[in-house]
Ligand binder design. Structure first.
Ligand code: GSH
Length: 214
């Protein structure tokens, strides 16, 4: 059974999936989806994901897109120490934070990443100050919730690491590049430091580079 992950490693959405695979020791074949070169718009890639977005997981002719769906699939494949809790409430808690990530946290962070990093890195024009203001307002609203929730908890869903930590933590790989305002959020910084200490996090960070020009 061949499992492939199509990804552009610099993206936090790709990072999320790759880091979960590394943490769980899942064997996979990495396939570069070079967003700068337009791989996502090729007919071959479009057959895997009609949205023309990465990451995509491919397994024996079946494909799965949406980074949180992929992360959950990998976690379900490799049960390990509450990483994907079996109980109803534990599972609901993980789902809650992953839905929150998708609906609120990822979009907030993505505005700042696009305006402050992607535009400069990919010649997409000057930052738009109105968009940055909007991104900052959304970021602070979400970061306040996350910081408060993490008080008295080692990880998002209690004292055990779960797939939700990978989902929500992945956006923070762009914290420096997109100047996320984290000064007022000590709990987030403490929690994120614990994530970055994981060997899987370090291994994935080492891949999070722009692809070398062909
Ligand atoms: N909600 C999706 C978002 C995926 C997504 O937007 N990926 C972006 C890069 S981070 C992409 O592939 N964009 C291609 C394009 O805009 O052409 C997920 O979490 O997988």
């Amino acid at each position: 059974m061949t499992l492939r992950i199509h990804a552009f490693p610099l993206s936090p959405r790709a990072f999320k999936v790759l880091a979960v695979a590394h943490h769980l020791g899942i064997d996979y074949e990495f396939v570069l989806c070079d967003l700068a070169a337009g791989t996502q718009r090729t007919p071959e890639f479009t057959r895997l994901n009609l949205n023309q977005r990465m990451p995509v997981l491919e397994e024996d002719g079946w494909s799965l897109w949406e980074s949180n769906a992929i992360a959950l699939f990998l976690a379900a494949k490799t049960p390990r120490d509450g990483f994907l809790p079996a109980g109803e409430r534990g599972r609901a808690d993980v789902n809650r934070w992953m839905f929150w990530e998708s609906a609120h946290w990822d979009p907030a962070c993505a505005i700042l990443v696009f305006e402050r990093f992607v535009k400069a890195a990919f010649n997409r024009g000057a930052p738009d100050s109105a968009e940055i203001e909007k991104g900052l307002a959304q970021f602070h609203r979400c970061a306040g919730v996350l910081n408060e929730h993490l008080k008295g908890r080692e990880f998002l869903c209690g004292d055990g690491l779960s797939v939700a930590d990978f989902s929500v933590g992945a956006a923070l790989i762009m914290a420096d590049k997109a100047a996320f305002p984290l000064e007022a959020y000590p709990e987030i910084r403490r929690w994120y430091a614990a994530l970055t200490a994981l060997p899987a996090w370090q291994k994935t960070l080492a891949m999070s580079q722009l692809p070398k020009a062909a």
